[in-house]
Design a protein around this ligand. Structure first.
Ligand SMILES: Nc1ncnc2c1ncn2[C@@H]1O[C@H](COP(=O)(O)OP(=O)(O)OP(=O)(O)O)[C@@H](O)[C@H]1O
Ligand SMILES: [Mg+2]
Length: 257
């Protein structure tokens, strides 16, 4: 069995008193050390699927297992970067990054060096003593990424963690996240609706279509130099995904006619 296994996952929410299917028959097999991007339009159920894999939401039917164990609740070995950052407002940048280290029981003497490494990596050394309310959205996002990487988890679930960043910071952090997660052999499930971001980061891209959320196709990304966004292989994959999006849209247009 694969490391993370999603079998016939189905999710319904009650909407105005009637059940509405959000995820329909999702099947995924993810191996240890893989970097997976969930890519799809708004409302295709990316966050719902991610939250179900991370144990924050239960599916209506089907199964999700990690390392052979059914997912029932969030676990300390896995860490989630939420779409809304999830920082504690009464803690400084440094102290937010240290949060997971405290839960994990890392001795105080070791914490400072780890916090320093990650606060520097996300470019917030100068803001380390500030509180979340004193940071921009992009800075808060970077704190939550640093906090997730600092605890050295087995799996990192990330929900659009770079959405609020300017283009240059975003490119820098894409390259850093890709490098660190690959060097350290992390298993990563990363939600995005940005095609280029998925190509830079993913070993495989799971393309979701909307209404209800389904796996439209899974695209392997075999690029040698991921940092070169102009290479022929990069552009080919990007165009291929773009075509898949167009196909999904044309299907819907026919449906409405
Ligand atoms: N708690 C809930 N109750 C009812 N409907 C919900 C709930 N959570 C999500 N939904 C619906 O499920 C669908 C998928 O939502 P989800 O947040 O998973 O999408 P998404 O792909 O992450 O979108 P985005 O890119 O905008 O973040 C949406 O239509 C949303 O309205
Ligand atoms: Mg979402």
């Amino acid at each position: 069995m694969s490391y993370i296994s999603v079998r016939h996952a189905h999710k319904e929410f009650i909407n105005n008193g009637a059940p509405l299917t959000i995820l329909e028959d999702i099947n995924l097999d993810i191996e240890r050390g893989e970097f997976i991007c969930l890519l799809g339009p708004s409302g295709s159920g990316k966050s719902t699927l991610l939250n179900a894999m991370a144990g924050f939401e239960l599916i209506s039917s089907g199964s999700i297992t990690i390392d052979g164990e059914p997912v029932k609740a969030p676990q300390l070995r896995y860490v989630t970067v939420f779409q809304n950052y999830g920082l504690l407002p009464w803690r400084t940048v440094e102290s937010n990054i240290a949060l997971g280290l405290e839960s994990k029981g890392v001795p105080k003497s070791e914490r400072a060096a780890i916090v320093d490494k990650y606060v520097t990596m996300v470019g917030l050394g100068h803001a380390r003593h500030r509180y979340p309310a004193e940071l921009s959205g992009g800075m808060q996002q970077r704190v939550s990424i640093a906090r997730a990487l600092a605890v050295d988890p087995d799996i990192i679930f990330m929900d659009e963690p770079l959405g609020a960043l300017d283009a240059l910071t975003r490119i820098h952090l894409q390259d850093e996240i890709s490098r660190i997660c690959r060097e350290e052999g992390k298993t990563v499930i990363f939600v995005t609706h940005d095609i280029e971001e998925a190509v830079v980061l993913a070993d495989r891209i799971v393309l979701l279509s909307a209404n209800p959320g389904r796996v439209q196709t899974i695209i392997p990304v075999n690029i040698i130099d991921r940092t070169d966004r102009t290479s022929a292989s990069f552009v080919n994959i990007r165009n291929h995904i773009f075509e898949q999006f167009q196909l999904a849209r044309e299907d819907k247009i026919e449906f409405y006619i």
